[in-house]
Design a protein around this ligand. Structure first.
Ligand SMILES: CC(C)(COP(=O)(O)OP(=O)(O)OC[C@H]1O[C@@H](n2cnc3c(N)ncnc32)[C@H](O)[C@@H]1OP(=O)(O)O)[C@@H](O)C(=O)NCCC(=O)NCCS
Length: 159
């Protein structure tokens, strides 16, 4: 099995991240995102780091001197918790390329982010997931996450 490594994303990864998000919205929610709007939304994170940070996972190249392939991503944003006087790190925009699934790509991303969150003094890690996305829910449960709140919203735009 090829080894998985995780690193902070750079602007050079923006197109790959946007493509992953496009595929993820279609696969998990049957939504066709506007690629131009999505592209600007991804780049806005790199333009203003206070908005969040992307991480990407790569599979080691084969042969060893080849190029590593970006096969997964997630976005981290923060939510202040006055109850705990600290930040929750939110995991968003989770995607693993279909041909790389079941090899620990998400697990590597998750472990990396949980470790970084603990080291930064965060009070926990949260995410929201579509209730019908059984594989993702099971993946998160197997990483030790439990269901707490339901999400409610009043959207002001289409998505
Ligand atoms: C959910 C998802 C991110 C998991 O990513 P992944 O890189 O395959 O996850 P991992 O390899 O770390 O494995 C997760 C678990 O699912 C299993 N699994 C996931 N995909 C699998 C596949 N295609 N074949 C076999 N097993 C698979 C793994 O065996 C593993 O089991 P475990 O939890 O008992 O350890 C990925 O399936 C995905 O991108 N789905 C579409 C987008 C999505 O649902 N995003 C989340 C929105 S909230």
């Amino acid at each position: 099995m090829k080894s998985v490594s995780v690193r902070p994303a750079t602007l050079a990864d923006a197109d790959a991240i946007a493509a992953f998000n496009l595929a993820m919205a279609q696969e998990t929610e049957g939504k066709a995102l506007d690629p131009e709007l999505l592209g600007r939304g991804v780049r806005a994170v790199f333009a203003e780091p206070a908005r969040g940070a992307y991480f990407v996972a790569e599979l080691a190249p084969e042969p060893a001197d080849g190029a590593a392939r970006v096969v997964g991503c997630l976005l981290v944003t923060r939510e202040w918790s006055d109850w705990r006087n600290g930040d929750f790190w939110w995991i968003q925009s989770v995607y693993t390329a279909p041909d790389a699934r079941g090899r620990g790509v998400y697990t590597a991303l998750h472990t990396h982010v949980v470790t970084a969150a603990r080291e930064s003094g965060a009070v926990g890690v949260r995410l929201y997931v579509e209730p019908h996305n059984a594989r993702a829910i099971s993946t998160y449960q197997h990483r030790g996450m439990t269901k707490t709140y339901d999400v409610m919203e009043t959207p002001f735009t289409r998505w």
